[in-house]
Design a protein. Structure first.
Length: 114
């Protein structure tokens, strides 16, 4: 097997980041539908609240076992989740538009007159 080119590796890293991002969005959506906090959802699968935050933010390259545990907590099979993620990455035209990021100060951005 020949050595992968830097350009090819960069393309794979970018694609992996998309998979992580869309998996995090899916976990966040399902967790909210279940009415659970990050801490409660993480406790169900043996993951800390901080790690859940990183998963939902698409900021972690998790172990396969963590991926499996999270799929089970979402009540979805590996093939279903993998198919969903692959579709999200391979078919950008079908993606749901992203919500704009929240303002750092939260919902109420007006300062009260004092």
């Amino acid at each position: 097997m020949s050595k992968a080119s830097p350009a090819y590796l960069a393309q794979l890293r970018a694609q992996a980041q998309l998979y992580e991002k869309y998996f995090g969005q899916l976990v966040n959506q399902v967790r909210n539908e279940q009415g659970l906090s990050q801490e409660d959802f993480g406790d169900a699968v043996g993951v800390s609240r901080t790690e859940m935050h990183h998963v939902e933010g698409g900021q972690t390259d998790m172990k396969l076992s963590t991926f499996l545990f999270l799929c089970r907590a979402m009540r979805r099979g590996l093939a279903e989740v993998a198919g969903y993620l692959e579709h999200q990455v391979e078919h950008p035209e079908d993606r749901v538009p992203e919500r704009p990021p929240r303002n750092q100060r939260g919902k109420n951005t007006r300062r009260s007159p004092h």
